[in-house]
Design a protein around this ligand. Structure first.
Ligand code: ADE
Length: 245
């Protein structure tokens, strides 16, 4: 079986995973990206920084599948909370992903991926169930992690993630998206593109996101604070039990 690919859009989102790779990992440079090939807690992995956005995520997913023969792909990183049940510090594991900025009307339906005849891409249920289990285990041990120092541990959610080439940082935009996509839990900028590529190649995938902000007027400051202080704790903390099991 090919390696597990783990992708993130920003260095902080994968830094602790790279640091934890077992000795002997090799770096292959393809299309201006470094692909770290080796083992992570004993599991064969290829880890890469995709950079931000749908094109970057799609290119990186294609490379790990075609060049590195990845058998499964996990995208991890931060997201803006959209649903009212989702708070900063919570964890979201995707059940499915959609692209909220895809709109080829009147040629195709709103959000429909032209000529694929679908709006949503389902995450792999087995990989996602393992992520949910690891995230729940992590959450139980990490009350008070978030900036607001909530007494309660972070909650873990399973549901729709909406992807688009936009960092949402306005109350009006967030409200419009909430109305248009009432079941979307959070917003990010890569997962739906990676999901489409994996679907087209027939490779199972999952997406793990930690809520850094509420996609509102304070999103830039909240995102930056979370990225610098907490992103790395979550990613490695959640993936470690999954890979070690
Ligand atoms: N990732 C983290 N926060 C986000 C936001 N507000 N919009 C889009 N992607 C994000």
């Amino acid at each position: 079986m090919g390696p597990l690919a783990i992708l993130g859009a920003l260095h902080e989102e994968i830094a602790d995973l790279l640091a934890a790779m077992d000795p002997g990992a090799a770096i292959h440079r393809v299309a201006m990206r470094d692909f770290h090939v080796g083992t992570l807690w004993g599991t064969p992995c290829v880890i890469a920084l995709s950079r931000i956005g749908k094109v970057a995520a799609a290119a990186t997913a294609s490379i790990v599948i075609q060049e590195f023969k990845a058998s499964r792909v996990i995208f991890t990183g931060l997201a803006g909370g959209l649903h009212e049940d989702v708070a900063v510090g919570d964890v979201v594991v995707a059940s499915a992903l959609m692209q909220h900025d895809m709109d080829a009307r009147p040629l195709f339906g709103q959000h429909e991926i032209p000529l694929l005849g679908r709006e949503r891409f389902d995450a792999d249920p087995v990989l996602s169930a393992r992520l949910l289990e690891s995230a729940a285990q992590f959450a139980r041990g990490h009350a008070g992690l978030t900036a607001g120092q909530r007494a309660q541990p972070p909650r873990v959610h399973h549901g729709l993630i909406a992807t688009g080439d936009v960092f949402v940082n306005s109350n009006d935009h967030a409200r419009e998206l909430r109305q248009r996509l009432p079941d979307a839990l959070c917003l990010e900028m890569e997962g739906g593109a990676m999901a489409q590529v994996c679907h087209e190649f027939g490779v199972p995938f999952a997406v793990l996101r930690v809520i850094s902000d509420q996609a509102d007027h304070a999103a830039k400051a909240d995102f930056t604070d979370f990225l610098v202080n907490l992103a790395r704790v979550y990613t490695a903390g959640i993936l470690a039990p999954l890979l070690k099991s």
